[in-house]
Write a protein that binds this ligand. Sequence first.
Ligand code: G4P
Ligand code: NA
Ligand code: NA
Length: 194
Amino acid sequence: MQLLKDRIRRDGKIKSGDVLKVDSFLNHQMDIKLFVEIGKEFKRRFAGCEINKILTIEASGIGIACIVAQYFDVPVVFAKKSKTKNIAGDVYTTQVESFTHGRTYDVMVSKEFLGAGDKVLLIDDFLANGKALEGLAAIVKDSGAELVGAGIVIEKGFQPGGDRLRAEGIKVESLAIVESMDETTGTICFRGDR
Ligand code: G4P
Ligand code: NA
Ligand code: NA
């Protein structure tokens, strides 16, 4: 998605440790006109797919998912993170190990809001090592719902998550795939650029 790539080149900041900061428009301050275009693009990429629910994970996936959901006309469910084990039987839970943040947390979704018969699109802002998305996919599987695919705003293609999930047969659609980035020169290369 050219508009997004241009914006990343203009306003993205490359930090040490292969971190791309995009908090002026994506995950702290949010540019809603850009989100609208993101929503239309996901709708185009998943045209013809039957989807009745969008699943994301708190915190930064939520805002994006809400705008995207308007183009699919479906509700959004967001998985909640918690540091304490929920032993009640009324939730699906899985563990997510974040390399980026160097910790493991439990993620949960109420059984009330996901189950057999649901056709689910996953939405998230970033795909890096893919642990967050894998956790969401595990919850969908556990619930008996069908995983239709995943829509990602920015994938870091030099980290293994996206390619691994595609190899597992998941339809992963990333609007910008960063192939490499150089902190010193500020250069960003996207997959598909030539
Ligand atoms: P991981 O396994 O390496 O931790 O990567 P994963 O793809 O699971 O993403 C984990 C978290 O790290 C996500 O946020 C994701 O948005 C964030 N993240 C990964 N790489 C980058 C990056 O280069 N820049 C930015 N800005 N974020 C990145 P989260 O843990 O779900 O937290 P939240 O921010 O959504 O609350
Ligand atoms: Na996120
Ligand atoms: Na994030």
